[in-house]
Write a protein that binds this ligand. Structure first.
Ligand SMILES: Cc1ncc(COP(=O)(O)O)c(C=O)c1O
Length: 459
């Protein structure tokens, strides 16, 4: 039975009509690659959209549709696609080899830049966000001699076993509001890997304090996204952040900020915004403008425990010259304070306009911003944790918004109702105006009686 209002149904029909070649590529690809994708977050119903190229603020799919891109590779491309300074660097660099098998001399320069900008003592580099959180947890364990870690319901720290728990459970699996369930994020994650992972409620200090007093001197680290960006965009309250710092000091626990996303949203990342200093932080995504680079940065006394015969840390591609040079150029010439400020200004313009349009249409909403990113919750309730997200946010409206904008040549956010948009240094005033204009067309559709589910499933 078709439960969709006609206007939403038309949007879905248009969406499918615009993407026949993606469907063909999917049908070929799925024979060789499960779900036709190489990261589960790219899987889509009825099929993923396949893209061929990007430039500046734009993307082109395999059907030739052009889009203004606010996904920006899940927040990687604050520098925009193929920034000219990075193109020049790559041309120069590749003739002198992209991997040396030894340390690269300019690594000291990247280390200095990061230490100064992000207020840390020492760093180690690798390629992905996953590696950075995995190693950060190991370093905290090695340093404290303890095994347990506390993570938060709805927070995502990459695809590795210790943290693939309570990432995106449904309301039933999420468990108690204050004592969330320890539900593995899928088959293949052994319960034994989770013996030492404890789950607390975000923005709820009592939930953390209860775990700490129960497990007292067994907890090595608390890891969190200071601004939770895998449940839309949910900032920690300042009191919560200060409280975590106090509890970590009291219980001798290493505080880890996962700034894989937030390090690209403000010039100094989340630490600068909150004025709370973690013991270790992890950074990735935007910091190298689209090249694979991640950082574990921390206090000297902790980081000095990493080394041969001490805490293990290794990786063949770590600190390769291409990523190092990309990091240097991105942080010093592209994501400068002025560059970041411009992305924030455009983001504020965009979100103010979206807010006004939704208010004029009488659509319940709640817009959250952090630096150059933002999200719309389709509810007028406050969302401060994953329980709230599941209970209040209207997922069907999000899908109608997403598909409506895609049909009009805008990728409005990363593809997922639990994601957000990002504005890059290559977005222009015209891009923002065009996006606002298209949002004006889409907003009235959201007044329809849309079911609270993925609208493709209801089609
Ligand atoms: C907060 C956070 N931490 C870690 C990761 C893992 O990064 P990667 O996908 O590069 O392994 C992600 C990825 O989205 C993330 O959002």
């Amino acid at each position: 039975m078709n439960v969709l209002p006609q206007r939403v149904k038309t949007e879905v029909e248009n969406f499918l009509g615009r993407t026949p070649r993606s469907k063909e590529v999917f049908q070929k690809t799925i024979k060789y690659i499960p779900y036709g994708v190489n990261s589960n977050y790219r899987a889509w119903e009825p099929y993923p959209i396949y893209f061929v190229r990007g430039r500046g603020s734009r993307l082109w799919d395999v059907d030739g549709n052009e889009y203004i891109d606010y996904n920006l590779a899940f927040g990687v491309l604050v520098a925009g696609h193929s920034h000219p300074k990075l193109i020049d660097m790559v041309r120069d660099r590749i003739v002198d080899s992209t991997i040396l098998g030894f340390e690269y001399d300019n690594i000291y320069r990247l280390a200095e830049i990061i230490i100064e900008r992000f207020n840390v003592d020492m760093v180690r580099f690798q390629s992905t966000g996953l590696e950075s959180t995995l190693h950060a947890i190991r370093i905290a364990r090695g340093y404290t001699g303890r095994n347990k870690i506390i993570k938060f319901l709805g927070h995502y720290h990459g695809s590795h076993d210790y943290v693939l728990v309570a990432t995106k459970p449904n309301l039933y699996a999420a468990g108690h509001y204050r004592y969330p369930s320890k539900k593995p994020s899928g088959p293949g994650i052994p319960y034994t890997a989770l013996d030492d992972t404890l789950v607390a409620q975000f923005n709820d200090l009592e939930s953390v304090e209860n775990l700490l007093s129960l497990y007292n001197d067994e907890v090595a680290a608390i890891i969190l996204e200071p601004v939770a960006m895998n449940m839309g965009l949910v900032p920690a309250s300042r009191e919560f952040m200060k409280g975590l710092r106090r509890l970590c000091d009291e219980y001798g626990v290493v505080l880890i900020f996962d700034e894989v996303k937030t390090s690209g949203k403000l010039y100094g990342g989340a630490e600068e915004y909150y004025g709370v200093k973690p013991d270790i932080k992890t950074m990735a995504k935007a910091i190298a403008g689209g090249y694979p680079l991640s950082v574990i940065a921390g206090k000297k006394e902790i980081m000095e425990e990493v080394g041969p015969g001490k805490i293990p840390h290794a990786g063949t591609f770590n600190s390769n010259p291409l990523s190092v040079e990309a990091g240097i150029i991105t942080l010093t010439e592209i994501l400068t304070r002025e560059g970041i400020d411009r992305t924030i200004k455009y983001n504020m313009e965009l979100s103010k306009a979206i807010d006004d349009i939704l208010s004029d249409e009488g659509i319940p909403h709640n817009i959250k911003l952090f630096g150059n990113s933002g999200t719309i919750f389709f509810t007028d309730r406050e969302v401060v944790n994953w329980h709230d997200f599941l209970r209040y946010n209207h997922i069907g409206m999000w899908w109608a918004y997403f598909i409506g904008m895609m049909n009009r040549g805008v990728v409005p956010t990363a593809p997922g109702y639990d994601e957000q948009w990002t504005v890059s240094v290559q977005h222009t005033e015209e891009d923002i105006e065009y996006t606002i204009d298209k949002f004006k067309d889409v907003a009235p559709i959201l007044r329809e009686d849309i079911p609270r589910m993925k609208i493709i499933e209801a089609f």
